[in-house]
Design a protein around this ligand. Sequence first.
Ligand SMILES: Cc1cn([C@H]2C[C@H](O)[C@@H](COP(=O)(O)OP(=O)(O)O[C@H]3O[C@H](C)C(=O)[C@H](O)[C@H]3O)O2)c(=O)[nH]c1=O
Length: 177
Amino acid sequence: MLFTRTDLDGVWLIEASPVRDERGSFARTFCADEMEQHGLETRFVQHSLSRSTQKHTLRGLHFQKEPHQEVKLVSCLTGAIWDVAVDLRPQSPTYGRWTAAELSAENMRQFYIPQGFAHGFLSLTENAAVGYLISTRYAPDAASGARYDDPAFSIDWPAKPAVISDKDRAWPLLNHV
Ligand SMILES: Cc1cn([C@H]2C[C@H](O)[C@@H](COP(=O)(O)OP(=O)(O)O[C@H]3O[C@H](C)C(=O)[C@H](O)[C@H]3O)O2)c(=O)[nH]c1=O
């Protein structure tokens, strides 16, 4: 596996190294030893899967409030997504900045998003399935979010959302919190 830091401290791109043969390929997608060597979380108590039927479905930006903050290891199992992490760590020198990566079933990339970040994605294909390894048990009362189109972030989404939940449209703007 190939671990690459992004321009935001704590967010990593993790790429599989598939072994290919005439049948197709095999790739390790998680290794606790390699995660530990890079100082990353190794314990993911919940795994989740979301399926977005339509192209340009936007989910997010979501985060869990303390003390239920999550580390997420995000992968795209079918189709492709444009995955975004926004730094909401109050003391961070990159507070309010975002970083993104295209994750797809084809490129087998994963996005490692530490606690303190908001996460969201825009599907780039129909039938995008997104897998999450999550470090913390889900706490519904701690669920919170930020606006995908908040000018404070100026996220450069590749397209306007065709599908987005009312909940995600209605998150407060950062400067109104
Ligand atoms: C996150 C989560 C949700 N749920 C329930 C709550 C709702 O009844 C239903 C859908 O939840 P939500 O609308 O929050 O699903 P998404 O909009 O896909 O949110 C997810 O996608 C964004 C991009 C993320 O980063 C989060 O992992 C997660 O919030 O599943 C659970 O039962 N367990 C969970 O861990």
